[in-house]
Design a protein around this ligand. Structure first.
Ligand code: 13P
Length: 258
């Protein structure tokens, strides 16, 4: 079986429903080609909540999966403004981002909230959470990034039973590599490989029954995407800025097709 890399577009809060619809309509034909039968890649688009239905409509009967950018930890109840994992599944989502650094920073999401979200998403059939972790530049400079990431990882999976056969992804996104947050430069593939290999080792000890893919995010574009997809570096990429225009998204698809 071919090992497929996961290519995930995170549109954050950057597009209105009208813009998300228009970008999806323009880019789907190209992604369809890139995701053809012999493709080494599979694709996911994560628009914001209010665009899930219009983007999802365009993704129906395509090989492109729909993802959400967040979920709540309960499946229903008096939680004004929240969206449950079950509701996301019913809205067509197969993936959901959990604990993105922007949510940790701007919405004060704590490790314990993220653990509950991860557990709730893992309990939802055919919905895969993507746990986002990554250190700040200050932590990287201090050299304590391994222990920091380990703490985030262990906290994020704390409520998943050790032997459970769950499927999820971990996105390693160092804050300082995210285009809108840090210095806007991706990390090197060697550094990425070092961290993803280590995360894999930790997970094989903590959750031996789990099937986990480790992906990378942070300033990924057409110029730098390929080295991240090499075996041993990562199982895919999470792309923000470069997935927001037809032109830059198409450039990535062209490189992936080569
Ligand atoms: P950029 O690709 O714009 O750096 O964003 C990365 C990200 O935060 C994806 O979740």
């Amino acid at each position: 079986m071919i090992r497929k890399s996961l290519i995930i577009a995170n549109w954050k809060m950057k597009l209105s429903p009208r813009e998300a619809f228009s970008l999806t309509r323009s880019i789907v034909p190209y992604i369809r080609v890139a995701a053809g039968a012999r493709s080494r890649n599979s694709f996911v688009i994560c628009p914001s909540f209010e665009s899930l239905s219009c983007v999802g409509m365009l993704l129906k009967k395509t090989p492109i999966a729909l993802g959400a950018q967040d979920c709540f930890w309960e499946q229903s109840g008096a939680y004004t403004g929240e969206v449950s994992p079950t509701a996301l599944k019913e809205s067509g989502c197969s993936y959901v981002l959990v604990g993105h650094s922007e949510r940790r920073l701007y919405c004060s999401e704590s490790d314990s909230m993220i653990a509950k979200k991860m557990a709730a998403a893992c309990e939802t059939p055919r919905l895969q959470p993507i746990l986002c972790i990554g250190e700040s530049l200050a932590i990287r400079k201090k050299g304590t990034y391994r222990s920091y990431i380990q703490k985030q990882l262990e906290a994020g999976i704390a409520l998943i039973p050790r032997t459970k056969r769950v499927q999820f992804c971990v996105a390693y996104e160092p804050l300082w590599a995210i285009s809108t947050m840090g210095i806007g430069l991706p990390i090197g593939p060697e550094h990425c490989a070092e961290v993803t290999t280590w995360i894999k080792t930790l997970l094989s000890q903590k959750l031996p029954g789990a099937h986990v893919r480790i992906i990378y995010g942070g300033s990924v574009d057409s110029e730098n995407v390929m080295p991240f997809l090499q075996r041993g570096v990562s199982d895919g990429v999470l792309i923000g800025g470069a997935s927001l225009t037809v032109r830059s998204f198409k450039k990535i698809l062209t490189v992936l097709n080569q």
